[in-house]
Design a protein around this ligand. Sequence first.
Ligand SMILES: Nc1ncnc2c1ncn2[C@@H]1O[C@H](COP(=O)(O)OP(=O)(O)OP(=O)(O)O)[C@@H](O)[C@H]1O
Ligand SMILES: [Mg+2]
Length: 260
Amino acid sequence: MKEGRIATMADTTIRGEGVSKIFSGSVVAVEDAHFDIRQGEFISIVGPSGCGKSTLLRMVAGLIDITSGNLTINGSVVSEPRNDVALMFQKATLLPWKNAMENVLIPTSLQGRKITDADRKQAIDLLQLTGLSGFEFAYPDQLSGGMQQRVALARLLNTGSNILLLDEPFGALDEFTRETMNMELLRIVSEVKATALFVTHNIAEAIFLADRVFVMTPRPGRLARIVDVPFGKDRTPDLAQTPEFNRIVSEVRSILGAGH
Ligand SMILES: Nc1ncnc2c1ncn2[C@@H]1O[C@H](COP(=O)(O)OP(=O)(O)OP(=O)(O)O)[C@@H](O)[C@H]1O
Ligand SMILES: [Mg+2]
């Protein structure tokens, strides 16, 4: 086994041992999931509709309780939402009466303190990081869908959380914008040294972004396999044309196929 691939207690940030979620006494949304996620890792979660991807993310976010098993972050049991974990959805959910900078400042306001000039500067810096310099004072309806997602990403980063949970954040964007946003996301996540869990239906996107891909299969929702993606952090869209990349796409496809 390659060195550095074995998770130890010291570098594991999120650990699931036999995690299950049963809704309404009968719907098994996630069954017996085992995983160890290391600090700074980028994990994609892929699988068909209804296989429990969002449920897994919401359990990690502390938004819903697990039914059985053990789920810890940095060694403590997840029982409620935590400051070091932030979640982003498919829709940007910006407040239409607030401009881009004010939307990014929402997590700061939620901390219940007065917004300072330093906070505003940080929001502007984050908008620059997500490629929105010059649009700090634009309102959501003046921004394209992709730009709105950039604001949502800046807002996510402004939570200061270093565990980022992204539930199909670019699912509603066209393919070109989505590819750009994927490149941006890779750059930003490695710049802020975050740990990321990224949900998508798109196998190529999952592989392109991730250090490892969690492949889930439905009925019941199972974490069928964890696939290693042996490419470095510096990736360009050409990667998707390489035989090694396509071999991993086929591997993930066959795991998904076998799950039906
Ligand atoms: N609050 C809930 N109450 C009851 N059942 C639920 C609830 N949330 C999810 N489920 C069920 O759990 C299963 C997994 O749902 P989940 O939303 O996690 O799937 P998903 O993989 O995110 O799907 P999609 O790709 O469509 O977003 C589904 O059968 C769903 O109906
Ligand atoms: Mg979902």
